[in-house]
Design a protein around this ligand. Structure first.
Ligand code: ATP
Ligand code: MG
Length: 256
């Protein structure tokens, strides 16, 4: 099995006159947590959207598990085992916490079918096994007592825990997380990070994380990739990145 799970090759994305991503190439290793950092506007979220099929690149190629996925639809990419979070949509917000876990196995193939009537029928016919698994996960993420409330009423941090629960319901190989720590109170943040690390350690999942909080990045990432002005500026271990002059300049601006 190849050591590389995700490969981005010469990707460019223009929005009108703005090049959000420019000739960007990078590789992400299998089974570890990789951080993606860079100043505001560096192109990180745009790159995540391209990798997961929510945006089409103007140029370049994306390979996942050695297979080209450039231009595939998000649900096709999801079914290949690559998932993007955090993005509980309004549809899911109307569902209970438990239902949110139960619909994940068909996530995105039948979203349009998930009106109230169909949803109830669908959830009722779920195998017992799935429900038992969901209950275990609810205990694990400490949302068991809230299983019957609508997901939209969860706090920001609890929503993120629920997203982690949804990842645990399916066998996915890789998850892209955009700012998992943002807006989460410190007590929940530790828990979320703990769960993220366990997804990597216990389940061998590959994680690729955009995060502005440097403490989080330096603590949980084995490797860090730095983007600036739409392209890769540097990569290395947390220590190498901390001491990289180009990275310091990108964040602080060049001294005059
Ligand atoms: N849909 C869009 N239309 C036009 N410009 C866009 C669009 N999406 C992103 N951009 C521009 O592309 C650039 C990269 O944006 P992106 O959101 O990818 O940055 P980012 O690295 O995620 O930043 P942040 O750290 O602030 O979240 C920015 O200049 C942004 O204004
Ligand atoms: Mg962003």
């Amino acid at each position: 099995m190849s050591d590389v799970i995700l490969k981005v090759e010469n990707v460019t994305k223009n929005f009108g006159g703005v090049s959000a991503v420019r000739n960007c190439s990078l590789e992400v290793k299998r089974g570890v947590i990789t951080g993606l950092i860079g100043p505001n506007g560096a192109g990180k979220t745009t790159l995540f959207n391209i990798i997961t099929g929510f945006l089409k690149p103007n140029e370049g190629h994306i390979y996942f598990k050695n297979e080209e996925i450039t231009g595939l639809e998000p649900h096709e990419i999801f079914h290949k085992g690559l998932f993007r979070t955090f993005q509980i949509s309004r549809d899911y917000g109307e569902m209970s916490v438990l239902e949110n876990l139960l619909v994940i196995p068909t996530n995105q193939i039948g979203e349009k079918l998930l009106n109230a009537w169909f949803r109830n029928k669908f959830v009722k016919t779920q195998e017992k096994k799935n429900i038992e698994k969901a209950m275990d996960i609810l205990n694990f993420i400490d949302l068991y007592d809230k299983r019957d409330i609508q997901a939209k009423y969860l706090s920001g941090g609890e929503k993120k825990l629920l997203e982690i629960g949804r990842m645990m319901m399916v066998d996915i190989d890789m998850v892209l997380l955009d700012e998992p720590g943002a807006g989460v109170p410190p007590n929940l943040q530790g828990k979320i990070l703990d769960h993220i690390q366990r997804l990597s350690k216990d389940r061998g999942m590959s994680l690729f994380i955009v995060e502005h909080d440097m403490d989080i990045i330096m603590n949980i990432c084995e490797k860090i990739i730095v983007m600036n002005e739409g392209t890769k500026l540097a990569e290395g271990t947390p220590d190498e990145i901390k001491n990289n002059q180009k990275v310091v300049e990108a964040y602080l601006g060049k001294p005059d």
